[in-house]
Design a protein around this ligand. Structure first.
Ligand SMILES: [Ca+2]
Length: 122
């Protein structure tokens, strides 16, 4: 309840201000990696920004803010495995960083952190 009052008070102060300014960007959270998705995370242990790919897709380029910034990932599909790929593009000079079977996770990519560019169904 106290938190709600503070939020309301903050809103009132913002309204009273003569210049409307945008607040700081909302902190990104790890969110929820729902069933049927493959998700990558900026931080180890599935923390920080999240990018998710639908499990029916064969390939997905990781969103630009997480390219070369992925530390952990999850495969929430229950029917196939996916590869995490380091590549300039999906057709050239790729390196396989990690493979996750159906319903498996990797909390820390270790030496392979901050390299992934693509997710691809195996
Ligand atoms: Ca890369």
């Amino acid at each position: 309840m106290k938190k709600k009052l503070i939020a309301v008070a903050g809103f009132a102060v913002a309204l009273a201000g003569t210049v409307a300014t945008a607040g700081p960007a909302l902190a990104t959270t790890s969110g929820t990696c729902v069933d049927t998705k493959v998700c990558v995370y900026k931080e180890v242990s599935y923390a920080g920004s999240q990018y998710s790919m639908d499990g029916y897709q064969t390939t997905s380029q990781i969103t630009s803010s997480l390219v070369n910034e992925t530390d952990s990932w999850k495969n929430r599909t229950n029917y196939t495995s996916f590869d995490l790929i380091d590549a300039a593009d999906i057709f050239h000079a790729e390196a396989l960083l990690n493979t996750l079977g159906a319903n498996t996770n990797k909390a820390d990519l270790g030496a392979k952190i901050n390299k992934a560019d693509f997710i691809r169904r195996t």
